[in-house]
Design a protein around this ligand. Structure first.
Ligand code: GLU
Ligand code: MG
Length: 437
């Protein structure tokens, strides 16, 4: 069959979807310079494809401006056309950053962190996902036999990541029914979020080529475990030396690490509306699911919103290089760029305000009363997206981290998503999100 290859100009949008438009590869030079047309109201397209109340209506024009460094071409060598896409920034026609550009928002957050500390942020995203088949027999958690049945799928994912220039780490058969996890090595700056957006697409592409259908939905079965996104963070100086750890700091945290983590936990009730942004995300953020349910720091505790991760060995310079902390109250309904931006801004606020390093919790908090939690500076995470959006909407500090007008656009988008979600029964809603993500 005749064919002219197309390149898809993509953004990671407010619904955590990659959307955009394609152009013929023969137009690459022109499109790299001039971009592809886009409109403001597209930011209000919810994950259900409904359009939330839009302040823009039919007015305005924008440009998707490709970033050549993110150009990704995946050839599965199976007779299907190679997947070819490039991540874009959203600008005005005059070339100024647009308020709803998730990459632009992350770049601004990273600039704030660098201006404040002189340091660079290193991060990486771990993604859990599930097959949708629902035919997994019991006894498969972490098992070699289950892994082996899906080895070919895993190896295609890893090969595609290699083609995309993503630094692979592990692929595993996770604990949950039909659940898998893919991890990557940390990257400096925006590349970790670009890689997170790309790896989710790779997993879907690879699954389709193996006759599978997978989902990154926050929680497929309300009675089962959720699919988390865990973001590992650390700091380096300009020369690449680690700057997160201090042997004498609390739980090994350097001064700015403690302040940064304290900022995340202080603003968590607002930023969770961005990091866990779907109508079902809050069914995952409940106790005893190894996700996150309180605004607590955990020392090597997999049920804390922020966890100090383990390091291997005792050599001080190796410990300092490995030392990192992990944000666990996130899921793949969020744009990785937006969720990382929210974490970085909250951390920066903690540094600016010189917040004291939080105490790490060491026990199950689920039995404690609100008063007992409050006495320790802790509280449960909001119980729903609506409650989290209320917090975000009311917090002037958090709103102020983002471009003018962004918070209202984001909240309108998410209120629109909730309005659609209301028309589903609970099982149908979980099924719908499984199809969407
Ligand atoms: N599935 C858990 C979550 O929803 C995470 C399990 C783990 O890898 O620690 O975050
Ligand atoms: Mg996991």
């Amino acid at each position: 069959m005749i064919n002219e290859p197309l390149i898809f100009a993509a953004i990671s949008d407010l619904a955590g979807k990659m959307r955009g438009k394609a152009f013929p590869v023969s137009q690459t030079d022109e499109r790299m310079a001039r971009g592809v047309g886009w409109v403001p109201t597209n930011a209000l397209i919810t994950c259900f494809d409904t359009i939330a109340d839009t302040p823009f209506g039919s007015l305005g024009d924008l440009v998707l401006m490709p970033d050549a460094a993110t150009s990704t071409r995946l050839d599965f060598d199976d007779g299907t056309p190679p997947e070819h896409f490039v991540l874009c920034d959203i600008t005005t026609p005059e070339g100024a950053p647009w308020l709803g550009c998730t990459r632009g928002i992350l770049k601004a957050a990273l600039r704030r962190f660098h201006a404040l500390t002189g340091l660079l942020l290193k991060s990486t995203f771990e993604h859990e996902f599930q097959r949708k088949a629902g035919d997994a027999p019991p006894g498969e958690a972490f098992s070699l036999q289950a892994f082996s049945r899906h080895r070919a799928f895993g190896e295609t994912i890893i090969a595609a990541m290699q083609q995309a220039g993503l630094r692979q780490d592990t692929f595993l058969k996770e604990y949950g029914a039909d659940q898998f996890e893919v991890t990557m090595k940390p990257e400096v700056g925006i590349k970790s979020a670009d890689s997170a957006a790309i790896v989710k697409e790779i997993v879907h592409f690879a699954a389709a080529r193996h006759g599978q259908s997978v989902t990154f939905t926050p929680i497929q079965d309300p009675a089962g475990v959720g699919n988390g996104v865990h973001v590992h963070l650390s700091f380096t100086d300009a020369a690449g030396n680690p700057a997160t750890h201090d042997t004498n700091g609390p739980y090994g945290m350097a001064l700015r690490t403690g302040q940064f983590v304290a900022g995340i936990l202080k603003y968590l009730d607002s930023i969770v509306a961005i990091t866990a942004p779907s109508a079902i995300s809050y069914a995952r953020l409940t106790p005893h699911r190894w996700s996150a349910a309180f605004n607590n720091l955990g020392y090597r505790d997999r049920e804390a919103s922020v966890r100090i991760c383990p390091v291997v060995g005792t050599d001080p310079s190796s410990v300092a290089r490995q030392y990192n902390f992990e944000f666990r109250a996130a899921d793949a309904a969020a744009s990785p760029h937006l969720l990382l931006a929210a974490i970085v801004h909250a951390g920066c606020q903690g540094i600016e305000d010189e917040l004291p390093a939080p105490e790490a919790t060491q026990e199950d908090l689920s039995g404690l009363s609100e008063t007992a939690l409050a006495a320790r500076g802790l509280r449960a995470l909001p119980g729903s997206l609506g409650a989290a959006l209320d917090k975000l909407g009311a917090n002037e500090t958090v709103r102020g981290w983002f471009p003018d007008g962004f918070a209202d656009v984001y909240i309108a988008h998410k209120r629109g998503e909730l309005a659609t979600a209301q028309s589903y029964s609970q099982p149908d809603l979980h099924a719908a999100y499984a199809r969407i993500y």
